[in-house]
Design a protein around this ligand. Structure first.
Ligand SMILES: [Zn+2]
Length: 259
């Protein structure tokens, strides 16, 4: 089913600072917010499933992409050899995507509900304070995995607009094998209203996911390469392009200011 997507690279480019250099008004927000992007992954591979194509497009455009992986598998719940394997897979995937830095928050996987909310808030706030992202990309609150829900909630706390610096753009991504497996009408449903054309980076996304060989499943499992490609195509044709990633827009602040 794999095929090469060969559309002209026309993804969003980080706007040059020419406007600011010329002393004209600069528009802060929207695509310019992506210059420093922080993608938050409850578990390693969520960020690739949800935003891998966007991450690749951004790094190719010269933007800095950071990933915060919230949890780590701990014994006895997880085999530590497997944990090491996944971390190595994650490093290879992030290298393919051009990730600038991967930050490990080392919270207990599948046990985030046992961590005091204040602690998770502090961990994510620390990352946001350190990275100072213009764009913050979170998992979706309606995902079936509680680690995803709690990461979303603490991510929003970390992004609260009450300081001098806060992310003007906040998005939530969808995660195959999590987002679609929730309870219809009981959990919030993923209704995307923000799309990124990944026609030029879909192959990189699929290659990055393939690097997680211990996590990928055989088709027709939802966490298969084929399903990931199918979703990208479906999200793409929804907005008239060959492949896309879809998000829920949570906040977008536009601020006109003189340089
Ligand atoms: Zn996950």
């Amino acid at each position: 089913m794999r095929r090469r997507h060969r559309l002209a690279a026309r993804g969003s480019r980080c706007p040059p600072p020419a406007a600011r250099q010329a002393g004209r008004s600069a528009v802060i927000g929207s695509t310019q917010a992506f210059e420093r992007t922080l993608v938050v992954a409850p578990h390693p591979d969520d960020e690739v499933l949800g935003a891998g194509g966007t991450m690749a497009a951004l790094t190719q455009a010269g933007c800095s992409v950071f990933v915060a992986v919230v949890t780590t598998g701990k014994a006895p719940d997880f085999d530590m050899r497997q944990v090491t394997t996944v971390r190595e897979e994650c490093a290879r995937a992030h290298e393919k995507l051009g990730v600038r830095e991967t930050l490990w928050l080392d919270q207990p996987a599948a046990r985030l509900s046992e961590v005091a909310h204040v602690e998770l808030n502090a961990a994510l706030s620390g990352v946001v304070d350190a990275v100072r992202p213009g764009a913050l990309v979170l998992p979706f609150v309606g995902d079936i995995h509680m680690d995803h829900q709690l990461t979303f909630l603490s991510g929003l706390v970390a992004a609260r607009p009450h300081g001098p610096k806060f992310p003007p753009l906040v998005l939530a991504y969808e995660t195959l094998s999590e987002t679609n497996w929730n309870a219809p009408y009981l959990s919030p449903s993923f209704q995307p209203n923000y799309f990124v054309d990944i026609s030029s980076t879909i192959d990189l996304k699929l290659d990055a996911m393939a690097a997680f060989s211990s996590q990928v499943r055989s088709f027709p499992h939802e966490r298969s390469i084929e399903a990931l490609e199918a979703l990208a195509v479906m999200r793409g044709v929804t907005v008239g392009c060959a492949a896309a990633e879809a998000f829920v827009l949570l906040r977008n602040v536009i601020n006109f200011e003189l340089a």
